[in-house]
Design a protein around this ligand. Structure first.
Ligand code: TUI
Length: 316
């Protein structure tokens, strides 16, 4: 499954393991390390300008000759110019988040780019399949950052049944058990975010990594439920301020303003009390910081062990 994956073959990678394209966190260094280790490294372009995205793509190309991806956030004010740059540079894969990428699909496909959007529902998965995307990432609300409503366990099999293109499972996966479970649900691959933050090659501030290492099962919370932009973060002073403001009946604008610049504060400056420390519910399972290559090798071996044990335990 991991070693003879059809999806991996289509993408010209070794294992169908994607690294989530996390804004401010997934830089060229992390993406290149994941691609060099046989997965699909993905640059998180977040709210970058076209020019900054160009520099990051040129950097990743210096660090690896393997395929890589760039994630774009459809809420970005620079989305048009970013798509322009990615088309010009003919990056191998574009993943999308936080919206419907429909209008950009023809342009990206015409440049020979594989388009793989994150979808939070069966409806959007079917619609984007009709528009010609190559695969979809079904991301459950266990994930960190901007999320949908459904959990991975219910979302993945429903999307698998609704489309013919490959489905990549995301949200709540950080080890071989999670990967084996995703395959059991019919996924062709997996995407992990939180696990890859705690790697040596990830350039995020050390305090951000330590906050994830310290996290337990109930350490995350969802803010922004009332603004229509729900975001999962580690509980801290900022998340408490968010929830207070939301419960006080403040306007959408006031609530959104509280978030401005806060991901950068956490990721770059290491302000893990007043910054937005986006992480998934699986943070409690992440206990160490290791080189990317070790993480990927361990994931592959662990998945194979879990699957083999499942067969041996038949009849239990
Ligand atoms: O996109 C993510 N995770 C993110 S985006 C993000 S935004 C950001 N915030 C502050 C600074 C920098 C960046 C943080 N984390 N995950 C993928 C994802 N996409 N989750 C949910 C969705 C989604 C939601 C609605 C995808 C499509 C969608 O469509 C609605 C529609 O318009 O049909």
């Amino acid at each position: 499954m991991l070693r003879n994956s059809k999806l991996a073959k289509i993408l010209n990678i070794k294992y169908p393991i994607f690294q989530g394209g996390m804004a401010w966190v997934a830089t060229a260094e992390l993406a290149a390390a994941v691609s060099n280790a046989g997965g699909l490294g993905i640059i998180g372009s977040g709210m970058m300008t076209g020019e900054l995205v160009r520099q990051e793509v040129l950097k990743v190309r210096k660090l690896t000759d393997k395929p890589f991806g760039v994630n774009v956030i459809l809420l970005s004010p620079f989305i048009e110019e970013v798509i322009e740059v990615l088309t010009e540079l003919r990056v191998p894969v574009v993943t999308t988040g936080a919206g419907n990428p429909g209008p950009f699909i023809p342009k990206l496909k015409a440049a020979g780019i594989k388009v793989i959007p994150v979808v939070p529902s069966v409806f959007l998965a079917k619609r984007l399949e009709r528009l010609g995307v190559d695969a979809v990432i079904a991301e459950g609300m266990e994930a960190g950052g901007h999320i949908g409503e459904l959990t991975t366990l219910v979302l993945v099999p429903q999307i698998v049944d609704a489309v013919k293109i490959p489905v990549i499972a995301a949200g709540g996966i950080a080890d071989g058990r999670g990967i084996a479970a995703a395959f059991a649900l019919g996924a062709a691959g997996v995407q992990l975010g939180t696990r890859f933050i705690c790697t040596e090659e990830c350039t995020v501030h050390e305090a951000y990594k330590q906050a994830i290492i310290k996290a337990k099962d109930r350490s995350t919370v969802v803010t922004g439920m009332k603004t229509g932009h729900p975001v999962r973060v580690l509980k801290n002073k900022l998340s408490r301020q968010f929830l207070e403001l939301e419960n006080s009946g403040a306007s959408k604008e006031e609530i959104e303003n509280l978030g401005v610049g806060k991901l950068r504060a956490a990721a770059q400056d290491g302000d893990i009390e007043n910054g937005s420390v986006m992480a998934g519910q699986i943070a409690g399972l992440v206990r160490d910081i290791k080189p990317v290559q070790e993480v990927i090798e361990e994931l592959v071996l662990h998945t194979e062990q879990v699957l083999a044990n499942l067969y041996q335990q038949r009849g239990q």
